[in-house]
Ligand binder design. Structure first.
Ligand code: HEC
Length: 136
């Protein structure tokens, strides 16, 4: 009985996460001008993202996996990464939940959390922008 309910619940979750549509509309310009608050990011990370990203549960990239995080910021734009965190998405290794399951998080809370993860690895979204500009 319980198993059935859990199964239905899972189907619902997976069903929602595979939708590609962008449900939350947001002006993305602020991503490239806002100033990260790494301490706030750490708080948000430890409140929510930690569940999956500390040890790589559910297919999530491990916090200290520098190679993967570097690959991410090299491959995707700041905007794409942010939208994937905001709306959730189906990654190759698993589903990332909407807002990283931090329902009450604001736009900058989420960005701070992303920047915190990157900062642990000596990386930042901003550098990506700067590096790209420098290389052009
Ligand atoms: C329920 C587990 C879970 C939680 C909680 C979670 N994540 Fe994720 N996250 C994932 C998975 C799974 C992926 C996709 C991995 C893959 O397949 O590449 C992912 C991917 C990401 C990515 C890469 C996005 C991209 O475009 O590839 C970022 C950045 C990220 N998470 C940040 C966060 C932040 C910030 C939080 C907390 C606010 C958070 N995550 C909470 C599971 C989680």
């Amino acid at each position: 009985m319980n198993k059935k309910i859990i199964f239905i619940f899972l189907i619902l979750i997976i069903g929602c996460k595979t939708e590609e549509s962008t449900t939350i509309e947001v002006n993305l310009d602020f991503i490239n001008t806002y100033i990260p608050d790494i301490n706030n990011g750490k708080k948000i990370f430890n409140y929510s993202c930690v569940t999956c990203h500390l040890y790589g549960s559910a297919g999530a990239t491990i916090l200290t996996d520098k190679k993967s995080w570097l690959e991410l910021i090299e491959k995707k734009t700041n905007e794409r990464i942010y939208l994937n965190v905001l709306n959730g998405f189906m990654g190759e290794k698993g589903p990332m939940p909407e807002k990283g399951a931090c329902i009450n998080c604001s736009d900058t809370d989420l960005l701070d959390a992303i920047e915190y993860i990157l900062s642990i690895n000596g990386l930042t979204l901003k550098n990506q922008k700067l590096n790209m500009n420098n290389n052009q």
